[in-house]
Design a protein around this ligand. Structure first.
Ligand code: SAM
Length: 482
């Protein structure tokens, strides 16, 4: 039997089934242990330091106890601390991005995804470079600066060279005042050599959802194709880091397996990355299974309700306080609104999950990966965020300034966010307001900018940010950053 070892590079040792089961037993046995729960909550709370704020985070065992706890007052406390952590390290900024689907050709047999190769009636499409350009222009015209590219796994139709060509094309398009400044990549697990190529192409985060950490279920849910190899998939982030990618994004697809098992696995994966590479995941996504072409979520037994989903989000926030958290348009406006208070730091907006969807007037469904619940335009999402007290941020400065991996984390820990990320958010919001916003959004935005500028502690930084925003308003000068 494999022995649990967070430092091991073997999937079955760092995501260790026996350790997860022991964790779940421990959590169940302690779910009413108020004294222990209070200690764990106290440990999770942000602590002030001379230079800023620090958070201890939680181990997978501690976080699992909180997730198991059903005492309403304690859950309220978790939510309150999750919000405190979010505000301490990410402020009231919410980073915005959009997915860009390049190709839905796929050789895998994932039973929850409509791109599975047995699906013979879904239209298969792969963008040409001209079509990528057209999609990027459409996305730039909406105001996007950050994309996550998505593709099925198909060595013939979507080889790494194709993905690299697309990245090159995306970065080359400069339409009016627009440009895409960060391309995150969500493609299947690959080799160290290919990760190195992605790094050289200038990608931001490499995102790969584990789907499920439960090996037995994983093998059934991925019955055929290269993705069937659980170990290769689970060890992908180590290969990505070996290939030089500092920022990696984890996630499980909630609804496939029992959520408590997935949660423990997810936090163990984060602990493993920290133990081996000295830096945890840059982001964690929390997708839930959705209806899609030939996929009915009711065919899966492990769907989670909105309250459980909120609790999972808050517990992740407490366990890994410095990791960004992403919620997509799989979720409704109401769910997104609730989760934004519990630690989410990035949202997608105006998304289309079909190949070539952004250049169509009507939302196409024929090549779609899943139903989009939040179908609002980017402008509506931006206005809604501001109406709820969040600053929509189009900032991409960190990785362009070399602040990746542990350098980004130390920025968080040193409390420099208010002098760096905050002005960057305001300057990129001003770009959005000038170039793409509706009159109502623009009015709300400039009011918010005026108020938020006052919160920048360093007088010099505040002055420069104010000048740059004036320059954005009165000229075509763009892309200022700290
Ligand atoms: N082919 C790559 C891979 O295997 O990782 C790229 C991923 S795919 C384009 C993006 C993600 O969508 C998947 O990792 C999966 O978690 C999610 N997904 C697939 N089917 C879904 C569904 N029916 N509802 C919600 N999310 C789904």
């Amino acid at each position: 039997m494999a022995i649990y070892d967070p430092k091991s590079l073997k999937a079955e040792e760092f995501i260790n089934d026996a350790e997860i089961r022991a964790t779940l037993e421990y959590a169940e046995a302690n779910k009413n242990n108020v004294e222990l729960i209070d200690q764990i909550l106290e440990k999770a709370r942000p602590q002030k330091t001379a230079t800023g704020c620090v958070c201890a985070g939680l181990t997978h065992r501690e976080a699992s106890v909180l997730l198991a706890c059903e005492i309403p007052k304690k859950i309220e406390k978790m939510y309150q601390i999750a919000e405190e952590i979010k505000l301490a390290f990410y402020g009231n900024r919410i980073v915005i991005f959009a997915p860009l689907y390049l190709s839905n050709y796929c050789v895998n047999g994932c039973v929850y995804c409509p791109y599975h190769h047995i699906n013979k009636h879904i239209v298969r499409k792969k963008l040409t470079q001209e079509e990528v350009k057209a999609e990027v222009i459409a996305l730039q015209d909406m105001g996007h600066k950050r994309l996550a590219i998505e593709a099925g796994e198909d060595p013939v139709n979507n080889p790494i060279e194709y993905i690299l060509d697309c990245i090159k094309t995306i970065y080359s398009v400069h339409h009016k005042n627009g440009d895409i400044r960060r391309v995150n990549v969500n493609i299947a697990a690959t080799t160290v050599e290919n990760y190195r190529k992605l790094k050289e192409a200038g990608i931001g985060t490499y995102i790969l959802f584990q789907e499920t950490y439960h090996k037995e279920s994983y093998l059934k849910l991925h019955p055929t194709g290269p993705k069937h190899d659980y170990d290769y998939h689970t060890e992908a982030m180590d290969r990505a880091m070996e290939g030089g990618i500092d920022d990696v994004g984890l996630g499980v697809l909630f609804g496939l397996e029992l959520y408590k098992y997935e949660f423990a696995g997810l936090i163990m994966h984060a602990e493993h990355l920290e133990a081996v590479h000295g830096v945890g995941p840059h982001t964690i996504s929390v997708p839930r299974l959705k209806r899609a072409d030939d996929i009915d979520p009711d065919d899966f037994d492990n769907g989670i309700d909105d309250d459980t989903f909120a609790k999972i989000t808050a517990c992740i926030r407490l366990a890994v306080p410095y990791t960004g958290m992403i919620i997509s348009t799989r979720e409704t406006e109401a769910t997104r609104q609730k989760l934004l208070r519990l630690g989410i730091s990035q949202v997608s907006g105006g998304s289309r999950t079909s190949v070539g969807g952004y250049t169509e007037v009507e939302r196409p469904h024929d090549t779609e990966q899943f139903d989009v619940s939040d179908q609002r335009t980017l402008d509506e999402v931006v206005k809604w965020l501001m109406d709820n007290g969040h600053i929509p941020s189009f900032c991409t400065a960190c990785y362009r300034e070399g602040r990746t991996g542990d350098r980004f984390m130390s920025l968080c820990k040193n409390g420099q966010i208010l002098n760096c990320c905050h002005p960057n958010a305001l300057m990129t919001l001003a770009e959005y307001l000038e170039d793409y916003a509706s009159p109502e959004t623009k009015a709300t935005g400039y009011k918010m900018i005026a108020e938020e500028l006052e919160k920048i502690p360093n007088e010099k930084v505040r002055g420069i940010a104010r000048e740059n925003i004036e320059a954005i308003r009165s000229s075509n000068r763009r892309d200022f950053r700290f």
